[in-house]
Ligand binder design. Structure first.
Ligand code: C2E
Ligand code: MG
Ligand code: MG
Ligand code: MG
Length: 277
């Protein structure tokens, strides 16, 4: 297999187009099955206060472990679900699981964020279905944060999106912009959105503190968030020097392997009950 021959080795052959199509079709079939049988799972990654390492919330990240195909990454199956028109189904299963988990964690009162794809948000039923799921679970909307990427916000129906976000905000949900700094949304449009948090994209964080432009961009995002009265969080923190830079630049929350990779919920339940939240 070309795949198992190692990262830096030259690949001498490529799968034929026919084989690629067959693989793609197999994956499509498998994804339909996984959704039908609700086999997707969630991992949770802590968000922590940079100064104290205390957990201040979580991000839910979808996981798919297929018996034959192994672990398939969301970077691969989310776009596929979007292409197949299955993203709203997938998204609802994710929301349902998050709400169940939040029922169990309710006493902690820690917000959990969920990634929402642009196509899912564009679904005219999105707000009412989300509201339904949350009511069924008996969860306070403020315990859910919706992570939207800038690409959610720059499609043609900017006004409709603004409307939806305004509704969601009025219902009590928290809103954040994921991968901030990598999209093309205009600041004048962003300014009108009722968002709570900007998430500094991990591509900038990765290059801290050695790369001057990454430092300047991260600092500028932090300063802008503060000026606009928004929360700011950095994702993809792997090294102490990155954390140190962010902290002195005025960012007070983060996520990343330095503190914890995404893990199954039960891995945190015990640790959290041991701490006095
Ligand atoms: P994202 O929302 O920007 O999530 C951050 C990604 O970075 C996650 O990858 C996470 O596991 C990874 N990560 C966290 N800390 C570190 C770190 O310190 N270093 C590095 N290198 N990576 C880190 P993952 O789980 O593979 O998810 C990839 C993307 O797939 C997410 O990016 C999000 O856009 C999408 N995604 C994941 N779950 C869902 C979901 O339930 N629904 C939707 N619509 N999209 C999802
Ligand atoms: Mg995210
Ligand atoms: Mg992100
Ligand atoms: Mg991302």
């Amino acid at each position: 297999q070309a795949k198992s021959s190692g990262r830096n080795q030259f690949c001498f052959y490529q799968a034929s187009a026919g084989q690629q199509n067959a693989d793609e079709l197999k994956l499509e079939q498998a994804l339909r099955e996984a959704l039908k049988h609700q086999q997707l799972q969630l991992h949770y990654q802590p968000k922590f206060a940079l100064a104290s390492n205390h957990i201040v919330g979580f991000e839910a990240l979808v996981r798919w472990q297929h018996p034959q195909l192994g672990q398939v990454s969301p970077g691969r199956f989310i776009p596929l679900a979007e292409k197949l028109g299955l993203i709203s189904t997938l998204g609802e299963q994710v929301l349902q699981q998050v709400c169940q988990q939040q029922q169990q964690w309710q006493h902690l009162a820690l917000p959990v964020s969920v990634n929402i794809s642009a196509l899912q948000l564009a679904d005219a039923d999105f707000v009412s279905r989300l509201q339904h799921i949350v009511q069924q679970a008996g969860i306070a909307p403020g315990l859910l944060e919706l992570e939207l990427t800038e690409s959610c916000l720059i499609h043609e129906q900017a006004e409709q999106t603004l409307n939806q976000l305004t509704q969601l905000k009025a219902l009590g949900f928290k809103l954040s912009i994921d991968d901030f700094g990598t999209g093309y949304s205009s600041l004048s449009y962003l300014r009108r959105l009722p968002i709570d948090t900007l998430k500094i994209d991990q591509s900038f964080v990765q290059d801290l503190p050695g790369n001057i432009s990454a430092c300047q961009i991260a600092s500028a995002i932090i300063a802008m968030a503060k000026a606009l009265g928004l929360d700011v969080i950095a994702e993809g923190i792997e090294h102490q020097q990155q954390l140190d830079f962010l902290l002195q630049a005025g960012c007070d929350k983060g996520q990343g392997y330095l503190v914890s990779a995404p893990r199954p919920a039960q891995d945190f339940t015990k640790a959290l009950s041991a701490e006095n939240y």
